[in-house]
Write a protein of this length. Structure first.
Lengths: 499, 489
């Protein structure tokens, strides 16, 4: 009996991850051998490898689409594949395709000549895909580390910048610290239950509320507390958000775009898997924890964002606010909240992609430098009309003004929150969303109304970035007209998880 | 039963058609762009007048009801329809949009295409607001208006302060209205529907009604505007372009009071009666305080803006008397104010186009150089202060009758507001039209031209018609308002 027969169906289900893994090895050997060959005069391969990575991701996307088995638990209960993970994987892969498209421009102009940049991104995407489908504490930890380790290196990739080194180090120290907490929580959980599998733990702690004064209850309680804190660290929710603005600011801009979209999605999906499907009986613990963190993130994020001058820092705080809303969705703990949360995540990612493709695409005419400060966006409404309108739409959507998709995502989320009768947090949430509108609208004001006679000339936006920007706008509009498909998937996921 | 042609749907799609046409037109075809905008808005006015023609006076039910669209996977089926209350708001919208486009025919020179698109889009949203029979989608359209209005004030506004004004306008409205969204979600969770026709048959528990009423109040009061949150209005009015002020005073303010009539009063009757003293107090303070504030204004548009706040105070008082005269009076006052204050803003726009200032102190003796203009201006000033024979007199009189049945003290206070309005109106006219002629006006003057005359003419006719024979308008409302009053009592 050879290895492949032993895991008969298992490889078929995770073909996309498998493909990415093999492709990474091939790309790495291609890069190492070709770029060090003196015969070919040490060619620069970053653009080649990026293009190949695009292809790899596209093939992985197709493989993921063609996933034939609807629901299966594989590799000795280490990984799970069901409609939920497939859906999330498809969105992650699509997102990373757009992301790779966006970063061509950056690689070219900022002279990132080492091909490892793209390979690290592929590794982190592999980590995220595994994280989404992990069904065991062990595989969860390994996947989260694969993702984070690539991120630590990527954050400090801008070698010449002090900020980048600082951001990488900060991210690494706090990330390692939170990983330690996570591991501690896992070991407590394992120590008191003797299990690492999600399903087993879920079955064991079913109805454990009646045993609340036993030692093992308290042990599991503390374990879950540590796990939640560690995951809140990773996602950058408010009392544990200190790393986020610095890391966002210091990292190379495409990596900031990556940080603000994909890890958030994967981690929140993990939250759903871990807290909704496994640890639901400890809702007394994590609901309050998440509610407190959500409220602090929303309020602190919106207040702190008001005084920011740099675009990336502003986006970091806006990310904290949005994580606050998502945590509110998690805290409401119902099927409706899964629907609301997934919609919110997907629309948020679409908006963020649009925003960052704008930031990465607009280069100043002579210096070819990107826009770092908000004031750089001055008068874009007059110089680059169409792009400015697109950005304004994205910003209106981010601040949740009705006809745009961002409003509907907030609507579904708040519907879930009201449904769980968390009225106080709902009121705080909507008020902070009104507060958040201040700084989004400030950017629009800068683009259109400010009468300072300072015009910055821009190179015309890159083709690949313009594709991403227009696709993002198109998706935002399509959602207004027909949201059936997305809503259908979200409701189906809600049902699948509740069964 | 007689089958109507789909008037409302065509009314809603017409502006969208116009927007598409304008987008296709090339950037340099400015005249054609303006013409398309004007023609489309005129056609929609004609179409909307069919609503009145076919309107059945004998029923309080919603008429011309059509299915608009459904939200998938939820119990939200959005219908559109009008009744005696909303009919005239639709007509007011379609009446004012062409006037707005005509008023800015010559003086808007930058980004004409976007300007026309913004106004047509606003027309589309306003018609949706007044016809949609669904609380959630009322909210959505109500909020969507922020975007075009934000740009209209910010881009085509006249002065440096416009940035602050558009900012204030946006954020005041947004902060107020997010609470309304929560209230709507609570309604949806509790009842499983957001359809007004069904919600009117449901009664909420009294505690919940209080919360919902307050949440609706927070949003609608900003839009009306009631007293403590009226500060955005003078800013927005004085900084917006003429047409922007017209649409702001003419229709946007009415969305708030329409929301009270359509949702707050019939859906939360106990809470409405419970909070009536609050509304009365705020409105009475608004009438007296803002009427006095007008006396100290130097900017003509600000003066009219404050007078709008005073008139809207009358409107809210009339609405919360919850009797036939009061509510009909307040609807009638909204219509009358929609025409009169719009016309006053247009009057100010006329002199602003010629002399590029709105400061009252710079004007004097316009009667000598602009006789026709002075007559028109005098007419609307008299209409604004409620002279018998004009629409304002009828409506304010009805509001006062209605209020007298409920609360004599408040009636006396509010009636004194009428005196103040005479004071500031005449004071304004006196300073602008009479007195010595300024030498600049002698060198450089022009009376109103044909375009401006034809803007004012329909307004004058309507104001006189509403003042002399109000029954043409009131008979449409009787049954619906009677039904509303029955619902509360």
């Amino acid at each position: 009996m050879n290895f492949f027969n032993f895991f008969e169906n298992d490889f078929i289900v995770i073909l996309s991850e498998f493909f990415i893994f093999i492709a990474i090895i091939f790309l790495l050997s291609y890069g190492v051998i070709y770029s060090t060959s003196s015969f070919y005069k040490y060619p620069i391969l970053s653009l080649n490898i990026n293009l190949l990575a695009l292809l790899v991701l596209f093939v992985a996307f197709l493989l993921c689409l063609n996933n034939s088995l609807p629901s299966i638990i594989i590799f000795n209960n280490l990984l799970v594949v069901d409609f939920f993970t497939t859906f999330v994987k498809i969105s992650i892969l699509l997102n990373s395709i757009f992301f790779t498209l966006m970063s061509f421009n950056y690689l070219e102009y900022n002279k990132i000549n080492s091909f490892e940049f793209t390979i690290l991104i592929l590794l982190s995407i592999l980590g995220m895909l595994l994280l989404v489908s992990s069904y065991d504490l062990l595989s969860l930890y390994l996947a989260i580390e694969l993702m984070s380790l690539s991120f630590y290196i990527l954050a400090s990739y801008k070698i010449k910048s002090e900020f980048s080194g600082e951001s990488g180090l900060k991210y690494f120290i706090l990330g390692a610290f939170s990983s330690g907490l996570l591991l501690f929580g896992f070991s407590l959980l394992y120590g008191f239950t003797g299990m690492t599998n999600f399903e087993d733990i879920g079955k064991l702690i079913l109805g454990i509320g009646s045993l609340s004064d036993t030692l093992s209850y308290k042990g599991i309680f503390i374990g879950i507390f540590f796990i939640s804190i560690a995951l809140l660290f990773k996602v950058g929710a408010a009392p544990f958000h200190m790393w986020a603005p610095d890391v966002y600011e210091g990292s190379p801009t495409p990596i900031t775009a990556l940080f603000s979209t994909l890890p958030k999605m994967t981690l929140l999906v993990l939250y759903i898997r871990l807290f909704f499907c496994t640890l639901y009986d400890f809702i007394i613990l994590w609901q309050e924890l998440f509610l407190i963190c959500a409220i602090i993130s929303m309020i602190w994020g919106s207040v702190a964002a008001l005084s920011q001058k740099r675009i990336k820092r502003l986006m970091a705080y806006s990310g904290i606010v949005n994580v606050g809303y998502m945590l509110l969705g998690i805290a409401s703990g119902s099927i409706t909240s899964i629907v609301g949360l997934l919609l919110y995540l997907i629309i948020y990612i679409i908006m963020m992609l649009g925003f960052f493709s704008f930031i990465l695409g607009m280069r100043k005419f002579k210096t070819y430098s990107l826009n770092n400060y908000l004031i750089d966006l001055l008068n874009i409404g007059k110089t680059n009309t169409i792009i400015a309108i697109s950005l304004a739409l994205i910003l209106f959507s981010l601040s949740g003004i009705p006809p745009l998709a961002g409003f509907f995502s907030k609507l579904y989320l708040f519907f879930a929150i009201i449904n769980s009768e968390l009225y106080g947090s709902a009121i705080l949430g909507v008020l902070s969303s009104a507060l958040a509108a201040f700084y989004y609208i400030r950017i629009i004001k800068l683009m259109y109304f400010e009468n300072l006679k300072k015009y910055i000339l821009y190179k015309s936006i890159d083709q690949s970035n313009s594709y991403v920007l227009s696709i993002s706008i198109l998706l935002l509009f399509i959602f207004i007209v027909s949201s059936d498909a997305l809503l259908f998937s979200c409701y189906k996921i809600g049902l699948v998880l509740s069964l | 039963m007689f089958e109507y042609p789909p008037i409302l749907l065509s009314l809603i799609t017409l502006p969208l058609l116009g927007i598409l046409t304008i987008i296709i037109l090339p950037q340099n075809q400015i005249y054609l762009t303006k013409l398309v905008g004007l023609i489309i808005s005129l056609i929609s006015f004609i179409v909307s007048s069919f609503l009145w023609l076919y309107f059945d006076l004998s029923t309080s039910r919603y008429q011309f009801v059509e299915h608009f669209f459904s939200v998938p996977y939820s119990n939200i089926n959005v219908f559109i329809g009008v009744d005696g209350i909303s009919l005239f708001f639709v007509l007011l919208t379609t009446f004012l949009i062409p006037l707005c486009l005509l008023a800015s025919w010559d003086n808007v020179k930058t980004s004409v295409k976007e300007y026309n698109i913004a106004f047509l889009f606003m027309g589309f949203l306003l018609i949706c607001v007044f016809t949609v029979l669904d609380v959630l989608f009322f909210y959505i359209f109500f909020e969507s208006i922020l975007i075009p209005m934000f740009f209209i004030i910010g881009i085509w506004g006249s002065r440096e302060r416009k940035i602050r004004a558009s900012y204030q306008f946006f954020l005041y409205t947004l902060i107020g209205s997010v609470l309304m969204l929560l209230a709507i979600l609570i309604i949806y969770v509790q009842t499983g529907t957001t359809d007004v026709q069904i919600l009117n048959t449901i009664s909420f528990s009294v505690d919940l009604q209080f919360f919902l009423w307050l949440a609706f109040f927070a949003s609608l009061a900003v839009k009306v505007p009631m007293l403590p949150v009226h500060l955005w209005l003078p800013e927005a009015h004085s900084e917006a372009p003429t047409a922007g002020s017209v649409i702001l005073a003419g229709i946007l303010l009415k969305m708030g009071s329409y929301g009270f009539l359509r949702f707050s009063i019939p859906m939360f009757p106990e809470a409405s009666i419970y909070f009536t003293p609050l509304v009365y107090t705020l409105s009475a303070i608004a009438v007296i305080y803002t009427s006095l504030t007008t006396l100290r204004q130097v900017d003509m548009k600000r003066l009219i803006a404050y007078s709008s706040v005073a008139h809207m105070g009358f409107v809210t008082i009339g609405m919360f008397t919850i009797n036939l005269q009061g509510i009909e009076g307040s609807i009638f006052l909204m219509l009358s104010h929609g025409i009169v204050s719009s016309a006053l803003f247009l009057c100010i726009g006329v002199v602003y186009d010629r002399h590029k200032t709105r400061i009252i102190n710079y004007y004097s003796g316009l009667t000598v150089v602009m006789p026709l203009y002075s007559i028109v201006f005098l007419f609307f000033i008299l209409a604004n202060m409620g002279l018998p024979g004009t629409s304002s007199f009828v409506s304010e009189f009805m509001v006062l009758i209605g209020a007298f049945k409920c609360n004599i003290f408040i009636t006396i206070l509010v009636a004194s507001g009428g005196v103040f309005s005479a004071a500031y109106s005449l004071w304004l006219y006196n300073r602008v039209a009479f007195g010595n002629i300024r030498s600049t006006f002698i060198n450089n003057f022009q009376d109103i031209n044909r375009r401006e005359f034809f803007i004012f003419l329909p307004c004058i006719i309507l104001v006189l018609l509403m003042g002399i024979y109000p029954e043409t308008f009131l008979k449409v409302m009787h049954v619906s308002v009677e039904h509303l009053v029955d619902q509360v009592h």
